[in-house]
Design a protein around this ligand. Sequence first.
Ligand SMILES: *[C@@H]1O[C@H](CO)[C@@H](O)[C@H](O)[C@H]1NC(C)=O
Length: 281
Amino acid sequence: MDALALEATSTKKPANGVPAPAPAKRKPAKKTKKAVVFFEVEILDAKTKDKLCFLDKVEPNATIGEIKSMFHKSQGKSLKDEDVLQHLPVGTTATFYFRDLGAQISWVTVFLTEYTGPLVLYLMFYFRVPFIYASKYDFSTSKHWVVQNLETLFVHRFSHGTMPLRNIFKNCTYYWGFAAWMAYYINHPLYTPPSSKTRKIPYPTKNPFTWIFVLVSCPNYTYELGSWLGFTLMTQCLPVAFFTLVGFIQMTVWAKGKHRSYLKEFRDYPPLRSPILPFIL
Ligand SMILES: *[C@@H]1O[C@H](CO)[C@@H](O)[C@H](O)[C@H]1NC(C)=O
């Protein structure tokens, strides 16, 4: 979006059949008796000449930088249901653009498809189902400790056929008890979820995991990279390293975008912070 150039069209010559921007007269402000003339500004796509944006309340002394930021505001963020018409950067005639986001799927579907896939696939390899390795290995498992250790991440192995009965009471007390206790408060009619609507700069708290906020904007991605690097070291397997690399590239793109939006939104954003890797990236 930053690559778009604003092309000023003269009032006299309409470009490509698009009506020329005409200064619109508005009612004079109550206190000053001088009539304020607002400009109407159209922003077109340089290639397709499609109308991208129409600003009909631009002050005569607005700078190109201000117009750019008005454009970004009108483009970058899609409107929320609770946005109020008179607070939007439009005059009395507003033009809304409908963007088809394509077919949408629910988060449940996303979760199930994204996470069950790897789980099922990993298990197929873990249990060496036929037609993957030589048939003499069918349904055997690896003897290496790294693989067995990884197994605890993916599968729970029942090493003993039975379990002492008292463990049932212990485990059920733990799971059922805490489930009921947590559910009571979470579903309480008077429960209010922590409101995260106010947009502010995240800062480190007492929680040591947040301390890295001193150095990066997206600690979640920094930690995720760390865990996949650990996984790569543990397995020393090339596809794992590639997976880590591809994930790192994608997370860097996201982190840079978030970092940029923080910088744009908050003037006092901590200058020491990098998007994902302290002092590097
Ligand atoms: C990671 O953190 C960034 C910045 O706080 C946030 O925008 C993003 O949604 C987070 N991503 C995930 C997958 O939690």
